[in-house]
Write a protein that binds this ligand. Sequence first.
Ligand code: SF4
Length: 351
Amino acid sequence: MEIRWRGLTARPYDTAMGKKAVALVSGGLDSALACALALRLGFAVVGVNLATGFCVGKGRCDTVLALAQRLGIPVRLLDVGDEFLAVVRAPKFGYGSGMNPCLDCRVLMLRAAGRVMEEEGADFVITGEVLGQRPMSQHRRALDLVAAESGLGDRLVRPLSGRLLPATFPERMGWVRRDDWLDIQGRSRKRQLALAREWGLTEFVQPSGGCCLLLSRPYAIRLGDAFTARGPHALDRDDFALLRFGRHFRLSPAVKVIVGREERENAVLAGFAPGRWVLSFPAVPGPVALVEGEPTACDLALAARLAARYSDAPSDELVTVRVSHGNDVQELTVLPLPPNDPRLARWRLGE
Ligand code: SF4
């Protein structure tokens, strides 16, 4: 077998030759090691990376591709954004500490990997899951549950903890021995980092956690607010995306204001104008702000004062705010809210 990276010295089994695994690859260390181990044992591996639309961190795709190149495996990049939104709106197994539906998410990802397994004529699916590493989705009962719910059953293999888990399909078929899997468990990454060093794997996203937007407290607060105000099923893909940007203020159950924090964000907010009121400042440097919901004239005036508080207008001088809604444009002259207005903290969502 071709040696594709430094440290791959194990002799692969003949029994594994010609057998194929589909690997869920996130660009992180654990899934990289799971792939490397399967390759080391002689299995062919096809990587699958799923984009949910909630990943944070730049260059993740590049990392996945670099890692796949390093391992010498093909990788398929799939968009599961719409399926994932359905799960975020109504998770069967509930949320974790934020608005993260981790169990449902794992089931969704494994079902997608199972579909790829069928398409590729592969024999089983591997993941980088580690027993006891994550409180919601990687304790023993959770691992069993997602294996069953995903329909993969014992065709789902977790090579990093395989020795600690019941025998799976490749083991039952005699393609590998129990001892070939690893027995890593818990939250420490020491053993994984040592293996990565030993095997010369460097192209992975550093294990810092927090790679999912749904684990972010500010985002979770905004999402919870939007679900309460509008109902989970009223939110479309754009609504979920808009929760990432700007300062968010809930003025009333029917009205929310979003204020850009800097120039780039102002440009992003302007792209979300359809269906919303857009506030801008024709005479002084100021933010772009959006108003969502069903604002009255009073609400728009209050939103204009709120946005003006973040403009360069002195707080004791009147300022002109342009309010656009489709083709309808009006100008309001308002006094900015004082920075110490106690309502600001009450209205603010997620900061
Ligand atoms: S943290 Fe996010 S991406 Fe990870 S399992 Fe949970 S919901 Fe899915």
